[in-house]
Design a protein around this ligand. Structure first.
Ligand code: PLP
Length: 407
């Protein structure tokens, strides 16, 4: 059923021969992917092409049908339960790689970089893998960059840390941050990170799904510089909880970090070295068959429907945005990129920030207690933002009102 030799247990790692070029980058070797054989076709959710010395690296993401066989891609992909797991595993791998180069006593010198918009799971993971809390560097973002992480700020922070004999370890760039949907500039951050020798992880938990559509793929530019990338089909790609894809540039570091060889798990196959032991790619020993779930989603809906689902969510968000623009009482707090709209009631004359925030909280509570809508909140640049995240198949416009068809 799944043509990938390893796909049945949740990792797709195939030598894929693809007709023609991938994203116009013919002749390069891809290193990241999520691939399923569907009958005679291969569906590729994401392929990152590493052009090596040719400098022709780039990213291709979406769905392809394989016709002629001219192109070889190695795609180590893992299906985990959550981004939190992906971050703990990759951060652990980065830590072990650094400690083997610099010596175990340097654990107190390793620094993890995130922005003030990065998901809290990175800070949690840093603590869990033994990074001292003082070495978790939160880089401030501003409205000047639409709350994206600034490569200049990252470089300055790394330079200052290096001057104090600290070691840059891990940078988490996000495509579609949780509070506001901001997109960190992966390409520029990738260059700063590579120069420092740190590990770059791209967290595309939410907005990675949008990148199946050609018009949103540019947000992945530079992703070939990343060591790892994760995205959650369970967020916006019609897949039931839980399913996170983790792509790795070089799984060896991760496997060295996570492998164990107890006697009771040894057998001829494991000793032969000819099989992949997925326990060595994740924290737990047992694993759910997430690949099948994702495969069924891709198989059942097909690429056109999935792209239509993403575009529909974004169109509905644009509609809400247009209503906010037309209404004097409301304002958008950040430019919308995907299907997340962050807005608030505008400050009234003579009102201070605390009062405006309190009025918006009251509105959010009223909205949610109505049972007609469910929205969440974030604080962006000190302002309380109401977050309307559209992603369900039942959301639609009825008589000019954005609602779930169940209402
Ligand atoms: C950008 C981002 N990263 C990470 C996470 C955490 O995802 P998970 O629940 O899969 O660990 C979220 C969840 O909202 C998210 O939006």
């Amino acid at each position: 059923m799944l043509g990938s030799e390893e796909g049945l247990v949740g990792v797709s790692r195939i030598d894929l021969k693809v007709g023609g070029s991938v994203g116009g980058k013919r002749g390069s070797t891809g290193f990241l992917g999520c691939d399923f054989w569907l009958g005679g076709e291969v569906v590729v959710l994401m392929v990152v092409v590493d052009g090596g010395a040719s400098g022709m690296g780039g990213c291709w993401c979406g769905f392809i049908e394989i016709n002629s066989l001219t192109y070889t891609i190695h795609v180590p992909t893992l299906h985990l339960g959550s981004t939190c797991e992906a971050i703990v595993c990759t951060l652990g791998a980065a830590r072990d790689r650094a400690l083997s180069s610099f010596g175990e006593e340097k654990i107190t010198k390793l620094v993890v970089y995130a922005s003030d918009q990065t998901h809290s799971c990175v800070e949690k993971a840093a603590k869990r893998v033994g990074i001292p809390p003082r070495n978790f560097q939160v880089l401030a973002t501003t409205s000047n960059t639409d709350f994206a992480m600034s490569p200049k700020t990252l470089r300055e922070a790394m330079d200052a840390d290096t001057a104090q004999e600290l070691v840059p370890l891990y940078v988490c760039a996000t495509i579609g941050t949780t509070p506001s949907g901001a997109v960190d500039p992966v390409n520029e951050l990738g260059h700063v990170t590579s120069a420092s020798g740190a590990w770059l992880h791209v967290d595309a938990a939410y907005a990675g799904s949008a990148c199946i559509c050609p018009e949103y793929r540019h947000y992945l530019d530079g992703v070939e510089l990343a060591n790892s990338v994760s995205m959650n089909p369970h967020k916006w790609l019609l897949t039931n909880m839980d399913c996170t894809c983790l792509w790795l540039k070089n799984p060896t570091t991760l496997v060295e970090c996570l492998s164990s060889k107890p006697e009771y798990l040894r057998n001829k196959a494991s000793e032969s070295g000819n099989v992949v032991d997925y326990k060595d790619w994740q924290i737990s020993l047992s694993r759910r068959f997430r690949t099948l779930k994702l495969w069924i989603v891709l198989r059942q809906y097909g690429s056109d429907y999935l792209m239509c689902h993403i575009r529909n969510g974004i169109e509905l968000a644009e509609y809400l945005e247009s209503l906010i623009y037309k209404n004097d009482k409301f304002e958008l707090l950040v430019p919308r990129k995907f299907s997340l709209v962050c807005f608030r009631l505008k400050p009234q004359n003579g009102e201070d920030g605390v009062e405006t925030n309190a009025r918006n909280l009251k509105l959010l509570e009223a909205l949610n207690s109505s049972g007609q809508a469910y929205m969440t909140h974030a604080v962006i640049g000190g302002a309380f933002a109401i977050r309307c995240a559209i992603g369900g198949v039942l959301t639609q416009i009825k008589s000019g009102i954005l609602m779930s068809s169940r209402c």
